[in-house]
Design a protein around this ligand. Structure first.
Ligand code: FAD
Ligand code: DLZ
Length: 510
């Protein structure tokens, strides 16, 4: 009899189209899925993220069994659980006399290296759920001085044929970003994503996570995420009809208490394998073709998926394992405790951290221009910022989180992802949100104890990094504005910022 091979399926690989399954033989091979302490604790994950992963995994294991596969599934509390992916592979290899493992490349160098070091023959296949394979990205990147997303995105449009009119972009423009920046008017509401009642499998996971991860960050309940492909598809269908038409206009808007606005939460479902990125984009394109959604919304949405999502993955693998430790600006401040407990007088940060705590979700502009902006202006150590983002969001896996945090948000990679740091004073936040109305600080005050901290920190950042950014064409105007200010005013701005940072370092409530 031929020995079976083990087929490794990780928590974020729950798709019937995953490469390792496609290469395997269901009459011979054994699928291995394992809830393990090492994956559940390499950062202090949000409890909703853990419950989501475990529930998706358990449902997927059931689907595979129903589809004729033999599945060895280890629950986290199984007494024989070795606590790691490689440990579980070794245990099942011994049990079944297997020496070979079929795997799909994990989305993190840590695990890739772990599989490479195993005393078994591990055959790793590239993850084919992405539109750009490693070779595609490397070919695109070769010889380019700058790896700008926009040009990569155009190639992806050509490759997929999405929103293409022959070899030209639909509507005559590649990018409708300028039409995606409307502030949301007060009173705008959206029911939010489709919510699902936990079934028996999810209930069991919730009870388990509640006990085992007691004291961990985040609210476990109410738990309403889709945990099967059918549910994720239902969610997508409803989102396309109800929210996509407004997604374009209000993509960058923020409203207190409106945690999702018109965002899709598809990242959550695509990353784990419940939805396929191309299928999602084609459905959005169909909404445009049938007149149900305008071009700026559909282009904006498709750009996020075949543009930003694919580009970020390309950058992660292109830059290599040391990417997460980059710190070009040499920032070394500790992450303030309000990133965990929301105990701050800054209404925008409080609202974003509370949403993060309750939903394991915040939308892009909250991640970039509220928490990310603050961390960058305040000079927080990017490694600590990276670890926080990787822990708190249910869609956080290193391949997508690190380029967003280290690159886009913290400029710690020196400008590979972004041509300039994403920073703003309170003015931008006031324009794009209604947070400032309910804030203890005054966005109109530029100095003094009541001034919005973003106002003083903004200039403090530019001043302390003058050597690096003064010649940046996109920041030169700001340096001219700064230089035109009266000297004593500049001194006050800087001393107020320093005072604020000192209070932060002392652990005072700010
Ligand atoms: P929508 O606004 O509805 O966008 C649609 C799709 O576009 C999503 O499926 C998402 O996968 C994709 N997308 C949009 N922007 C990006 C982007 N910048 N990079 C990659 N994909 C994108 N995204 C993650 O998936 N995981 C993370 O851990 C993560 N961390 C982030 C950290 C920071 C500091 C910042 C600024 C952004 C981060 N992002 C991350 C990107 C983005 O914020 C999320 O993808 C988005 O908020 C997910 O919510 P959504 O599905 O409702 O997105
Ligand atoms: C995020 C996560 C968690 C919390 N738990 C598990 C787990 O127990 N078993 C598993 O196979 N995968 C888990 N994951 C997802 C992995 O961490 C993910 O596959 C890697 O980070 C690579 O993206």
């Amino acid at each position: 009899m031929v020995a079976p091979r083990l087929v490794l399926i990780l928590g974020d690989q729950c798709s019937p189209d995953i490469a390792a399954l496609q290469e395997a033989d269901r009459t011979r091979d054994i699928v291995v899925m394992a809830e393990v302490a090492e994956e559940a604790s390499y950062v202090p994950h949000h409890v909703k993220k853990i419950a989501f992963l475990f529930s998706v995994m358990r449902h997927f294991a059931e689907d595979l069994r129903a589809d004729g596969w033999t599945v060895e599934y280890t629950k986290l509390d199984a007494p024989e659980n070795t606590g790691s992916i490689d440990g579980e592979l070794l245990r099942y290899a011994t049990k079944h006399g297997a020496t070979e493992v079929l795997a799909t490349e994990p989305g993190e160098f840590r695990l890739i290296e772990r599989l490479e070091d195993m005393p078994l023959d591990v055959l790793t296949f590239e993850d084919r759920r992405f539109i750009a394979g490693h070779e595609d990205f490397e070919t695109w990147a070769e010889g380019r001085k700058q790896l700008r997303m926009e040009y990569f995105y155009r190639d992806m449009r050509r490759k997929t044929g999405l929103l293409m009119d022959g070899d030209q972009p639909e509507g005559g423009k590649w990018n409708y970003d300028h039409d995606n920046r409307k502030p949301a008017p007060d009173g705008l509401t959206y029911d939010g994503p489709m919510r699902f009642t936990p079934d028996q499998i999810t209930q069991e996971v919730l009870q388990f996570v509640e006990t085992r991860f007691q004291g961990s960050f985040g609210a476990l309940r109410p738990f309403w995420f889709a945990t099967t492909r059918a549910q994720a598809q239902q969610h997508l269908t409803r989102w396309l009809a109800e929210a996509l038409p407004s997604f374009g206009d209000y993509q960058d808007a923020m409203l207190s208490g409106e945690r999702f606005l018109y965002h899709s939460i598809t990242s959550l479902y695509i990353h784990v394998g419940l939805l396929d990125p191309l299928e999602v984009c084609q459905a959005a394109e169909n909404a445009y073709k049938s007149g149900q959604a305008p071009l700026n919304a559909v282009e904006g949405f498709i750009r996020q998926i075949i543009g930003w999502r694919e580009y970020m993955r390309g950058i992660y693998f292109h830059e290599g394992p040391n990417y997460t430790s980059r710190n070009i600006l040499q920032h070394d401040r500790k992450l303030p405790s309000f990133f965990w407990d929301a105990m701050t007088d800054m209404a925008c940060i409080r609202d974003t951290v509370e949403a993060t705590r309750d939903e394991a979700y915040a939308h892009h502009i909250q991640r970039l221009m509220i928490t990310g902006n603050f961390a960058l202006l305040a000079g927080i150590d990017p490694a600590e910022v990276h670890e926080w983002y990787l822990a708190v969001y249910a869609d956080a896996y290193e391949w997508v989180e690190a380029p967003n945090v280290i690159g886009m948000s913290q400029f710690a990679d020196g400008g590979i992802v972004g041509s300039k740091p994403y920073i703003s004073s309170g003015n931008y936040l006031n324009k794009m949100s209604n947070y400032c109305k309910g804030c203890a600080y005054s966005v109109k005050d530029k100095t003094g104890p009541n001034a919005c901290p973003f106002n003083t920190l903004y200039w403090h950042f530019l001043d302390r990094h003058r050597d690096r950014f003064e010649m940046n064409p996109r920041l030169a105007q700001m340096y001219r504005t700064w230089d035109r200010m009266a000297e004593d005013r500049r001194a006050t701005v800087l001393s107020d910022a320093t005072l604020f940072l000192d209070r932060l370092d002392e652990g005072q409530k700010v």
